[in-house]
Design a protein around this ligand. Structure first.
Ligand SMILES: [Zn+2]
Length: 230
């Protein structure tokens, strides 16, 4: 194999390596997907929210019981027959009315909290279902991704070996020129087809591509790439 052919082969290995490297990056990005973790933390915060509402609900229940107890005590006094003073009786009656207002307020508050808790419970149920689906899907996807990752890594290792093996056979000047052009261009070697450089599509002088075909290191005058004729 002459120098241009070797360099063209090297370029194919390098391009394939680049593609596989990119594929590996994409797989790693997908493996780092955080949507499942986000769903889990959303669910946890809803559970915390529910606990908070249930605590308020408990508190409201106690306060309501307390108020009802007070109403009962005053009613017992009022209808117990021990108090005869009309003014005192009127005051007791007013006290009951005031307490009943508070009872109704507390009952409303309790109903509000119960309905809030129900809403959150409903959300938690549907989130739990979604999370189950997400987890199953993720486990399947993760398996596929891990398998693909190891395939791509094996391919990268074998490309690396191929490159090592090939570069041993290429002359240092040719390799140096290839690496130098590659610092500014993705592809340092251009095929010549029907007398045209496939890097920049300019028509080359016949003598130039014939030299390249004979195995000489010839660069395109226009784009500087190393010319390779099959
Ligand atoms: Zn060119």
């Amino acid at each position: 194999m002459n120098s241009p052919a070797q360099l063209y082969k090297l370029q194919q290995i390098d391009l394939e390596f680049q593609r596989k490297r990119q594929a590996l990056n994409e797989i790693e990005l997908q493996l780092n997907d955080t949507s499942l973790a986000t769903a889990k933390s959303d669910l946890a915060s809803k559970k915390a929210q529910l606990a908070e509402v249930e605590k308020k609900q408990k508190g409201a229940e106690w306060e309501l019981e307390d108020l009802q107890q007070k109403v009962k005590q005053i009613k017992d006094k009022l209808y117990g027959g021990t108090i005869k003073n009309p003014k005192e009786l009127i005051n007791l009656d007013l006290g009951i009315k005031e307490l009943n207002k508070n009872v109704r307020k507390k009952e409303d508050e309790l109903l509000q909290l119960m309905s809030e808790a129900e809403d959150i419970q409903g959300n938690i149920r549907s989130d739990n279902q979604k999370l189950e689906g997400l987890t199953e899907e993720w486990q399947r996807r993760q398996q596929t991704l891990i398998q693909r990752k190891s395939e791509v890594e094996a391919k990268l290792a074998s490309l690396h070996e191929d490159r090592e093996e090939l570069t041993k056979q290429i002359s240092p000047e040719a390799l140096h020129l290839y690496e130098q052009i590659r610092t500014t261009k993705e592809q340092a070697v251009a095929k010549v087809e029907r007398g045209r450089c496939q890097g920049c599509h300019i028509t080359l002088p016949t003598t130039q591509w014939q030299k390249a075909k004979a195995g000489n290191l010839v660069q395109c005058d226009s784009c500087n790439r190393i010319l390779y004729v099959e």
